[in-house]
Ligand binder design. Structure first.
Ligand code: SAH
Length: 479
């Protein structure tokens, strides 16, 4: 067993420019193939020494992207190499390669052998030209890899374009901000500010304009923005990476009551959290308050996350909010979320469409009597389609009567999903004719989503989330 003694810094990190320089890879198996794939991005001249190679390596040879010296390892291959990677899987050959490379003062990496290696290949997060490399000096490569996965999630892909843009303006920034201290502050504001944000919105030209203006400005103005984020139905695993990043960077979070505590727990610890939730029955005044809060915090230069249950554009008034922001000149982005219909269907085992049962899905809201009157019930009552009804718990009897009144069969199956995707999810099933009664007997409460249609019959067989009892009880009762 090798014994690892930690020292203050046992390795010297460096980033090598290998373009046009010879790198020798000894070995032609899948491990060698992985190493070659990484090297190909550097523009190195890659020489492979091996008696056989994988199909992929052979294809690279065929495309003249690498050079293959077919045959057993021969030290002559080392002659003009700057770096060597030994990836043969044969300890004897790997040791010879390491030894002969050492004599020639060529740095060598023996795959998975920190002792024989004179350099190590780090785990990398690639946001070129920005690169983050992680090493455990061979002590715990798995740990380095696990860390890489975490950083991969946190580091936005817009960082690459940001680094490239800053590279082009580096001299201009240095000239305009000769003092190191002010330059540092300038860069750190860029990272959090609207230039990065515009790049995330894939608007490189606007980002460059703002950067130029910021360089010219004597005092870099604070630019707040609002990110409208869909928090999904409750299970924090259903957040998108963009949502997670926005929560990590937020100064202020304006969230609905519907947003789960588990999701809020993922936000930056010192972000100010403000609940602006609406209960059904609460009124327009709250929406005005939300608008005012967004405006106040964004104008103060803060990064505001407007966090909504599900998706911001599905019965979430997201449209009104960004109309308001646009009218007031506040920058915004929208991060979609998993809407309740999609989440509840998935977590109840109901495919919303199915070749055999349903060719379309309607998302409707049964908020109040008035919203019911505006719906086209004749169309909604047609067969072989699925209805997903939001905010309907108070109006189930009306939904039931109208659908049956317009011809939907009373035996059409339904699924009512309460607290979908949350630990306390409950699924109540039945047929349209007994909808209101079943909901009353089971005391179903908001938030609950109603799915009506042929596909709902599949729930008892396909359910996978939560204890099965809740789904199977009505079946047993029917038997
Ligand atoms: N923007 C949200 C919907 C807001 S309307 C979205 O896209 O999901 C609020 C309604 O959504 C609730 O009354 C309920 O019908 C539904 N809903 C939201 N989250 C839910 C959940 N976890 N389980 C069941 N229904 C949910």
């Amino acid at each position: 067993m090798t014994h690892f003694t930690p020292t203050p810094m046992s390795l010297y990190p460096l980033f090598a420019d290998l373009a046009g320089r010879t790198v020798l890879v000894v070995g032609g198996g899948v491990v060698a193939e992985r190493k070659i794939a990484a090297l190909l991005k550097t523009g190195a001249f890659i020489r492979v020494g091996a008696p056989q190679v994988t199909g992929t390596i052979a294809a690279w040879v065929g495309e003249a992207r690498i050079d293959w010296q077919r045959g057993d390892y021969d030290p002559v291959l080392l002659d003009d190499a700057w770096l060597v990677i030994a990836a043969t899987g044969d300890a004897g050959i790997n040791a010879r390669v390491a030894d002969e490379a050492g004599r020639r003062r060529v740095l060598v990496n023996v795959v998975d052998d920190a002792v024989l290696s004179t350099f190590q290949v780090p785990a990398v997060i690639d946001r070129s030209p920005l690169l983050v490399a992680i090493s455990s000096a061979g002590a715990a490569p798995m740990l380095a890899r696990a860390l890489r996965e975490r950083l991969e999630i946190l580091l936005d892909h817009a960082l690459g374009p940001l680094a490239a843009l800053l590279g082009r303006y580096r001299n201009a920034i240095r000239a305009a901000r000769p003092r190191l201290e002010t330059r540092r502050r300038f860069y750190s504001e860029l990272l959090d500010g609207s230039v990065a944000s515009l790049l995330r919105a894939r608007r490189p030209r606007a980002a460059e304009r703002v950067l130029k203006a910021a360089i010219a400005a004597s005092t870099p103005g604070a630019h707040g923005e609002v990110v409208l984020v869909g928090a999904g139905p409750g299970d924090p695993g259903l957040l998108t990476l963009h949502a997670l990043r926005a929560l990590n960077e937020a100064d202020v979070i304006l969230h609905d009551r519907l947003v789960s505590a588990d999701v809020l727990d993922l936000a930056r610890r010192d972000a100010q959290r403000i609940e602006v939730g609406k209960r059904t029955g609460d009124h327009a005044g709250i929406q005005d308050l939300i608008h005012a809060l967004m405006l106040e915090h964004a104008r103060a230069g803060r990064r505001v996350v407007r966090l909504k249950g599900g998706d911001p554009f599905v019965f979430g008034r997201g449209g009104e909010e960004i109309e308001f922001l646009r009218a007031h000149g506040i920058a915004y982005r929208v991060v979609p979320g998993i809407t309740a219909a999609l989440a509840c269907a998935a977590y109840a085992g109901v495919p919303l469409t199915h070749r055999d049962h349903a060719q379309s899905v309607h998302l409707v809201t049964a908020h109040c009597k008035r919203s019911l009157d505006t719906l086209d019930w004749r169309a909604l009552a047609a067969e072989r389609q699925t209805l997903a009804v939001y905010m309907g718990v108070g109006e189930l009897a009306a939904v039931q009567d109208r659908l049956i009144g317009y011809g939907r069969g009373a035996d059409t199956p339904f699924v009512l999903v309460e607290n979908g995707s949350r630990p306390d999810q409950r699924v109540v099933t039945g047929t349209l004719g007994e909808l209101a009664g079943r909901a009353r007997d089971e005391a179903v409460h908001a938030p609950a989503l109603l799915i009506i249609g042929e596909v709902a019959a599949l729930a008892p067989q396909l359910a996978w989330f939560g204890e099965p009892a809740a789904v199977q009880a009505p079946l047993a009762a029917a038997a």
